[in-house]
Design a protein around this ligand. Sequence first.
Ligand SMILES: Nc1ncnc2c1ncn2[C@@H]1O[C@H](COP(=O)(O)OP(=O)(O)OP(=O)(O)O)[C@@H](O)[C@H]1O
Ligand SMILES: O=P(O)(O)OC[C@H]1O[C@H](OP(=O)(O)OP(=O)(O)O)[C@H](O)[C@@H]1O
Length: 207
Amino acid sequence: MSELTIAMPKGRIFEEAYEMLLEAGFNLPEEVEMSRKLMIEIPEEKIRFILAKPMDVPVYVEHGVADIGIAGKDVLLEQRRSVHELLDLKISQCYIASAGLPNTTMNEIAPRIATKYPNIAMKYYKGLGEQVEIIELNGSIELAPMIGLADRIVDIVSTGRTLKENGLVEYEHITDVSSRLIANPVSYRMKSDRIQDLVSRLKKRVD
Ligand SMILES: Nc1ncnc2c1ncn2[C@@H]1O[C@H](COP(=O)(O)OP(=O)(O)OP(=O)(O)O)[C@@H](O)[C@H]1O
Ligand SMILES: O=P(O)(O)OC[C@H]1O[C@H](OP(=O)(O)OP(=O)(O)O)[C@H](O)[C@@H]1O
């Protein structure tokens, strides 16, 4: 049996993904959840986990240092890396929307859009025929319209609480997001038995 390296995102996806793997019958020690280690070997399962920033998971998978990984659709749409998307795990469900201060129209000449997703935002507004200036931020995106940095934000919405508590309203729903199982194309061919086994076990948890 070949060894499988799985890139897991730290942060909010981790817990749900870890639960799914447990439910799918993988014998994972609690250590994976609790420790600060970034690489964890599970010899009995011939699995090695690497714990990465969510935005970096597709990088490890594209380069083949991880055979498979778990990544948000937002990250996949933003980065468009050469990886196979194998399964919608239907966890960490949310969506990407545009939002801003209530009752405001966008500045007609090059409206400013603050976002962590410059490619998704650019593509969206281009599709609407609007020329925009993208202001890239790394977090706390909702601040941008509040302090006059941008006319709109393009960001993740889940419960809507962050928008509400900051006096913003949603304007357009752009796309739905959930976490996906992704694979390196070469690993997918070379380790197809192991990867197919993982996919079918996880699929049972999703359906
Ligand atoms: N509020 C949310 N509710 C549900 N899923 C979310 C939410 N925000 C983000 N996600 C999904 O979870 C993924 C990881 O989000 P997380 O906040 O853990 O990462 P991050 O913001 O990139 O990391 P960090 O906060 O460490 O910089 C996102 O790529 C997205 O798919
Ligand atoms: O609709 P809600 O349930 O309020 O969730 C949406 C918020 O969650 C994410 O932020 P995160 O918590 O990752 O913080 P960040 O600002 O550092 O990205 C996202 O960027 C929104 O700000």
